[in-house]
Design a protein around this ligand. Structure first.
Ligand code: SF4
Length: 321
């Protein structure tokens, strides 16, 4: 947790999918975390671990067969109990600026970037009148380092990097206190990944907004994050300072350790096995079938959530008695 006032405060957030024949799938279970202005929290984990479902819950974009529970406070508002009108008018764009995965796919091919920006300005900012809307759109583009001479281009005329900047400009229009970047580096080459995360970091370093970045890219998380939340099978199993997590001490949860050791520039040793299906979680720790530290207790007793969700976490040298 941070000692600064959180922009977003998530407590006990759970999401269940109601399936045919009364089956329930626990996609997110009892998530707790804060993100403060000037801070980036990277939510990391493999595909299908529940990261994107958690993001959809914050945006009020869960499918009809999903049930959210718990709290996600953004200022005075609980996102989980807000009605659709509030979510559409106040939350999306104004309180949360979304930078989506694959930004080009979210842009309308037949419209220019200027047109996208001006539409968003009209929807989420107080600017009225043609000149004011145009000026606000150009300001957002400038803040995202989107070049003015590309504003009248169509999405297909943009490189991956420029499409990313266009998406960032759209997310910045409403001056939202929280930016939510969903896998912003997917499909980018390594140089562009570094550039993209450095640009995102710039929008946090002015202290005006918080950034929640959802990613499976640990190198990107290491480059940008102040803290990391590791998600496995729908649970946040470790919340740590990035410096500790990526540093000498390393992750305390065996899954986080496994993720780091699978990186090519580390031990390059993949975690054995596959994550469990969210609809078929074991009784005890969901990581037990893949964990070298598992004991009999791990197979039957679920570890508590909050902090390090593990019966036998790694203990760094300096924490040993
Ligand atoms: S609770 Fe047991 S099985 Fe689960 S991560 Fe910890 S040591 Fe491994």
């Amino acid at each position: 947790m941070t000692d600064r006032t959180p922009v977003l405060s998530v407590r006990g957030l759970s999401v269940r999918f109601l399936m045919p024949a009364g089956r329930r799938i626990a996609a997110v279970t009892d998530a707790h975390f804060d993100v403060a202005a000037g801070e980036c929290l990277a939510l990391i984990g493999e595909s299908g671990c529940g990261k994107s479902v958690l993001a959809s819950a914050l945006l009020g974009l869960l499918p009809a067969n999903a049930q959210g529970a718990g709290e996600a406070r953004l200022g005075d508002l609980d996102l989980l109990s807000a009605d659709e009108r509030t979510l559409a008018r106040t939350v999306r764009g104004r309180l949360i600026g979304l930078i989506p995965q694959s930004p080009a796919a979210h842009l309308t091919p037949v419209r220019t970037i200027r047109s996208h920006l001006e539409e968003t300005v009209r929807a989420v900012s107080g600017a009225r009148g043609r000149a004011a809307v145009r000026a606000a759109a150009e300001r957002a583009a400038e803040r995202a380092a989107f070049p003015a001479d590309h504003l009248d281009h169509h999405p297909h005329q943009l490189s991956g990097g420029l499409a990313q900047r266009a998406a960032t400009a759209l997310a910045l229009v409403g001056e939202a206190p929280l930016l939510l970047a969903d896998e912003p580096t997917t499909g980018l080459d390594r140089d562009l990944v570094d550039h993209t995360v450095d640009e995102l970091r710039r929008h946090v370093d002015d202290g005006q907004r918080a950034l929640l970045m959802i990613t499976h890219d640990l190198a990107a998380a290491e480059r940008i994050a102040d803290r990391v939340a590791v998600m496995y099978a729908g649970r946040i199993v470790e919340l740590a300072d990035a410096e500790t997590f990526f540093g000498v001490a390393g992750p305390r949860h065996p899954y986080g350790r496994g993720l780091l050791q699978a990186l090519p520039d580390r031990a390059f040793t993949p975690i054995p096995g596959m994550p469990p299906a969210l609809g078929a979680l074991p009784d005890g720790c969901a990581f037990a079938p893949r964990c070298a530290r598992a004991t009999d207790a791990c197979a039957t007793l679920p570890p508590s959530t909050g902090g390090i969700s593990c019966h036998h976490p790694h203990v760094p040298e300096d924490l040993r008695a």
